[in-house]
Each structure stands twice: as structure tokens, then as C-alpha cells.
Design a binder for this molecule. Structure first.
Ligand SMILES: [Zn+2]
Ligand SMILES: [Zn+2]
Length: 339
């Protein structure tokens, strides 16, 4: 089933013709629960991984002996889904959910014991228009992470592992992936989702635009706001940031949003070239407020069954993870930013 982004609520290039020269394309992935196998692109699905290649692990020193069980997380989600499909959770289900929500201890696990990373996504270039070519003809991009937010100088950062590979070179794939016994946060475990890629038009983040243009957009937004207040239509307020520039949801290519840090240049650590956005992992597919990015196919779904977080991933504080690549050499190290 396809997913279709509705037309934008304002014709932004008619309002601001200078945006025409900055028009870009991004591919919304539209993840939805399914049963992906290793041969297809997915979020939270199994990765095509050679049986003789070690599975990546986290060895960075941090606590890893307290957390949630993956089986509990998945069961809790299933219970909730079935309850909402019927009506709402009953008392028995609520008690079960409280039990499944409990954190557990693994007292024997030391702070540097290697723990297997868990899969975030894999993307085949044949499935995802706009996915940049990997190094040395690689056609498959795989992203894994440590299921604890406990890395780097802040001790709260993410640890990502990016792997490009040539899918035709995987002749003996491994049957299943190792799993950590506990994860630090429930949003680290993605539900298996199949993808429904759709290319849409996009424009740069407002703070990345030439300042005269961004000022004109801001004064247009201020006028919109005054109008909305006057007529009591605040819920339908359209803004460049929320509705007209960068789509919400997981996507490939296009422009990064910098809404929590303000723009800062991402230079390649190997060659200093300005890096480009490879992909975005978003904690939700559209905004709850008025949801202009909600695909038209969801409009007929009853509100309580409409799921704007089909992957169940939580990136930072319900934010987005932007992964950048070097446009000069795809083999140069990736960088990322959390927004
Ligand atoms: Zn870790
Ligand atoms: Zn580079």
C-alpha cells in the first residue's frame, strides 16, 4: 500500500519565489509494522549480515546491568495494540503492562562487557530513491546502535554504527542476530516495519536560509499568527518550519532540521568538505497538533488506531537523528546530530 503526503497547505514558492532555487527532494520512508526479511529495506527488521562477520558490540564503559527486557517491550506493545484495536486496555491488561514495564537487573554484567548493538534499519538502494551511493559500489546501508544513552563526553550520548556493504557479496547470511539481555530505554527497540518510500519536495531549514529570505518568511508567519488569533483558528496555523520546509518522519536525503541547536556546519573529519544529509530517523511520522504531514491514507483510520510512532523508536527527547555523509568520498566517516 502506498502512502501519500497531502499537498502543502500554502504554495510556498508563490509566496517566496527565491525558494525555487533551493528546492530539494527528500524520500519519506513511511515505515509501517510488517514482517520484513533480510532481502528488503526495513526499520527494525533483520539485517543481511554475513555469518562469518562479527556482530558489532559496544564496549564503551557505561552501566548496562539495569534495563528492560526486549521480549517484555515487544509483548507490551502487542498487548496495547490489541487492546486499542478492541476498545481500550482493561484492568488485567493494565496490570500486565505495569509488570512488563518493570526494569530488571543483571548484576553480573560489568560496565565494559561487550553488548550486541541492535538494528535500527537497513536500506537497499534499489528500494529507496535518492539514497546516496555507498563506498566501493555498496548498495546496502545498515544502521545499528547501542541500546543505552550513556556515551561520549556528556555520558548521555548515543553510539551509532554505520555499515555499508555489497549485498551480492553476502553468500552465507547469519540466521539471527544476537540480542542484549537488557536495554537502557524502550525506544531503542524498533518494531519491524516495512517501508513505503515517497519522494517529496523540501526546502532548507529556516535558519539555514539567506537572512533576507528568512526575515520575509518570519514576517509572513507573524501576519498568519495575527490572522489566526483574530479568527480563533490557531489550530490551523501554517508555519514554514512545521508545514512547508522539512517533512516529519523517517526519510532519506534532503535538508537537515536544526530546530534545537541552530544550524552548525557539518564538516567531513577526513577532508573538511561540507557534509550532506544521508538520512533522518524521527521519533514520530507526523505531529500530533494538526498533522499536515499525515499521509492521506491515514485520514480514514479511527483516531485511537492512528499511530504516528509506528517504529516505536525514541531518538533523544522525542527528537530526530540526522546522519551525514561526505559528498566527496562516501567512505569517509559519517557524522550525526541529534535534534
Ligand atoms: Zn553502549
Ligand atoms: Zn570527506
Amino acid at each position: 500500500m502506498i502512502r501519500t503526503t497531502p499537498p502543502r497547505p500554502a504554495a510556498v514558492e508563490e509566496l517566496f519565489p527565491k525558494l525555487g532555487a533551493l528546492r530539494g527532494v527528500t524520500t519519506r520512508l513511511h515505515p509501517r509494522p510488517g514482517c520484513p526479511d533480510t532481502a528488503v529495506s526495513s526499520i527494525g527488521g533483520p539485517l543481511l549480515w554475513p555469518a562469518d562477520e562479527p556482530w558489532p558490540v559496544c564496549t564503551e564503559s557505561h552501566r548496562r546491568g539495569r534495563g528492560y527486557r526486549i521480549a517484555d517491550i515487544r509483548r507490551g506493545r502487542r498487548v496495547l495494540m490489541e487492546a486499542w484495536a478492541r476498545d481500550r486496555p482493561d484492568d488485567d491488561e493494565r496490570a500486565l503492562l505495569t509488570e512488563l514495564d518493570r526494569r530488571h537487573r543483571a548484576p553480573d554484567v560489568a560496565d565494559t562487557d561487550p553488548i550486541p548493538l541492535i538494528s535500527l534499519l537497513q536500506l537497499y538502494r534499489r528500494d529507496v530513491p535518492g539514497l546516496a551511493e555507498g563506498p566501493d559500489g555498496c548498495d546496502l546501508l545498515q544502521l545499528l546502535w547501542c541500546p543505552f544513552e550513556a556515551h561520549g563526553p556528556t555520558r548521555h550520548g548515543l553510539s551509532l554504527h554505520v555499515r555499508w556493504r555489497r549485498s551480492d557479496q553476502v553468500t552465507q547470511p547469519r540466521a539471527d542476530a544476537p540480542q542484549p539481555s537488557l536495554v537502557g530505554f524502550q525506544g531503542s527497540v524498533a518494531e519491524p516495519c516495512v517501508l513505503h518510500p515517497e519522494q517529496v519536495v523540501t526546502y532548507p531549514y529556516i535558519g539555514s536560509l539567506p537572512s533576507r529570505l528568512s526575515k520575509r518568511i518570519e514576517s509572513w508567519e507573524a501576519a498568519q499568527e495575527r490572522m489566526a488569533e483574530k479568527h480563533g483558528l490557531q489550530d490551523e496555523l501554517v508555519t514554514y518550519h512545521h508545514d512547508l520546509s522539512i517533512p516529519q518522519g523517517c526519510r532519506v536525503g534532503g535538508y537537515p532540521s536544526w530546530h534545537t541547536t541552530d544550524p552548525h556546519p557539518m564538516g567531513c573529519e577526513a577532508c573538511a568538505a561540507p557534509m550532506t544529509l544521508l538520512l533522518t530517523v524521527d521519533s514520530s511520522e507526523w505531529d500530533g497538533a494538526h498533522g499536515s504531514w499525515m499521509p492521506t491514507e491515514e485520514w480514514s483510520v479511527p483516531g485511537r488506531l492512528r499511530d504516528r510512532c509506528p517504529t516505536k523508536l525514541t531518538v533523544g527527547r522525542d527528537g530526530v537523528l540526522n546522519l551525514f555523509a561526505c559528498p566527496v568520498d562516501a567512505g569517509h566517516p559519517h557524522r550525526w546530530s541529534l535534534q
